[in-house]
Write a protein that binds this ligand. Structure first.
Ligand code: GLN
Length: 449
């Protein structure tokens, strides 16, 4: 099992290692817009990056939003604190869709670009985290997923992306998108490294009342379930690559089982109702008084003052405020928000039944990596629909991993494995097993010693 963390620790580093790494990275950053800021004071330790919606003490943490420009939190997120305590070195804050709103990394001022081809998206919303993992040889990324923000960019950039069971990694220090859905997770170049950083990060945290002190399991499964409804609507090339993957799994003695789960089609509408409802309340705190952008001129009239502050939001954030405020309105609440909560509970129950016996497998994304110019043309509804494979496990809080397994037209693609609640190590173990058998090639190796 390849661990870049162990390899790095056992190597002698030249004195100017970190300086050189930073220089090379700065060059790449101009081309790929990976980092919102880099730590000029990089010190000894295994480098880790932090998605820009996770707080690092004294470092601008903006969630790629203009409204949070200049916000420097006076504290570290718990996950940052825990990794630093293990001797990891903070490298910088990674680019993302504003507040996590997006699947392609284009909903921000300067979108990150795919390292395999700069005309293509990096994926989102943890775009920079995936690009950093793809180009740096020794590095792990701390990222966050609400509805697929770790899986999607990991797949498009050819790295391993892991999202834990909801609540097992403290969210203290996360700039919230949708509290009942947000999970802090990781990206790395190998599953063994994901296992290591997960180990360091889990455990109850007094500062996050929803964090759990759960014992995570590593209960292997020899059976994979493919949900028929998720296979409709796959791009032809993705479909045929995925069929070949299933054949390889059979040759590794895994069993493939096809199951129906008609209700899974309700996952996207339920997710976008719950997530926008929560987002609209979370964004209400950005008024121009307390956080980041300050209007300053108190002689302004009420409406003018708040309009000036809230104009700083990008168009996707505004859309979600409007949508989320609508769906939780008193007159329609039962028709949308309450119903969406019921869908979530029902779907979680049905998926859990499948996950008792097996792991669920699917491609990570239904399409191959799109060009930036292509996704810019999509309507919001078309864009949301492309989350069909990543949303179900996120909506119901199941741990899942995306791993790269193939290239289509020289761009990497990924498959996603979902496990039962608290069986977080099962999907990771599977990927370790896979990596032992099938070699994967990275395009860049910045920071190689
Ligand atoms: N694409 C989804 C959304 O826009 C998921 C993003 C995320 O996980 N932060 O809500």
């Amino acid at each position: 099992m390849k661990s870049y963390i162990s390899e790095f620790e056992s190597k002698d580093k030249p004195k100017d290692y970190y300086q050189k790494l930073l220089e090379e990275l700065k060059g790449k950053n101009r081309e790929l817009h990976v980092f919102n800021n880099l730590n000029e004071d990089l010190r000894d330790g295994f480098p880790f990056s932090v998605k820009d919606n996770i707080c690092v003490r004294g470092v601008e943490s903006t969630a790629s939003s203009k409204i949070l420009k200049t916000y420097k939190p006076p504290f570290n997120a718990t996950v940052v604190e825990r990794l630093q305590r293990q001797g990891f070195a903070f490298l910088g804050k990674t680019n993302m869709d504003e507040f996590g709103f997006g699947s392609f990394g284009i909903n921000c001022e300067t979108p990150a670009r795919n390292p395999f081809n700069v005309d293509y998206v990096a994926g989102g919303s943890s775009s920079g985290a995936a690009v950093a993992t793809s180009i740096l040889k020794y590095h792990v990324a701390v990222a966050e997923s609400t509805g697929g923000s770790i899986s999607a960019p990991a797949a498009f950039c050819g790295v391993v992306g892991f999202t834990p069971t909801y609540g097992v990694v403290s969210r203290n220090g996360l700039i919230d998108y949708a509290n009942s859905l947000d999970k802090i997770g990781f990206m790395a170049r190998s599953a063994a490294d994901i296992r290591k950083v997960l180990n360091m990060s889990v455990g109850r945290d007094e500062k996050d009342t929803t964090s759990l002190d759960a014992r995570l399991r590593d209960e292997p499964k020899i059976q994979f379930s493919v949900i028929n409804q998720l296979m409709n609507g796959l791009d032809d090339k993705v479909r045929s690559a995925f069929d070949k993957l299933l054949e390889k799994l059979k040759s590794m003695d895994y069993k493939i089982n096809y199951v129906d789960l008609k209700d899974i089609e309700a996952a996207i509408p339920a997710y976008y109702i719950i997530s926008t409802a929560e987002a609209s309340t979370n964004l209400a705190r950005y008024t121009g008084f307390k956080y980041g952008f300050k209007v300053g001129d108190f002689s302004k009239r009420y409406n003018d003052f708040f309009t000036e502050a809230r104009m700083q939001f990008g168009s996707e954030a505004k859309r979600r405020i409007i949508l989320g405020t609508f769906v939780r309105g008193a007159s329609v609440k039962n028709r949308y928000y309450v119903k969406a909560l019921k869908v979530r509970a029902m779907l979680g129950e049905k998926m859990r039944r499948i996950l008792r016996e097996s792991l669920i497998i699917s491609p990570t994304m239904s399409i191959t990596t799109p060009k930036i110019s292509e996704v810019e043309k999509l309507s919001p509804v078309q864009t949301y629909a492309l989350d069909m494979l990543t949303i179900p496990p996120n909506l119901c809080g199941f741990p899942h991993v995306s791993f790269p397994y193939e290239y289509i037209d020289d761009m990497p693609i990924g498959a996603q494995i979902v496990g039962d609640h608290f069986n977080d190590y099962a999907p990771i173990s599977f990927v370790e097993n896979w990596e032992g058998k099938f070699k994967y090639r990275f395009k860049y190796n910045i920071g190689a010693i």
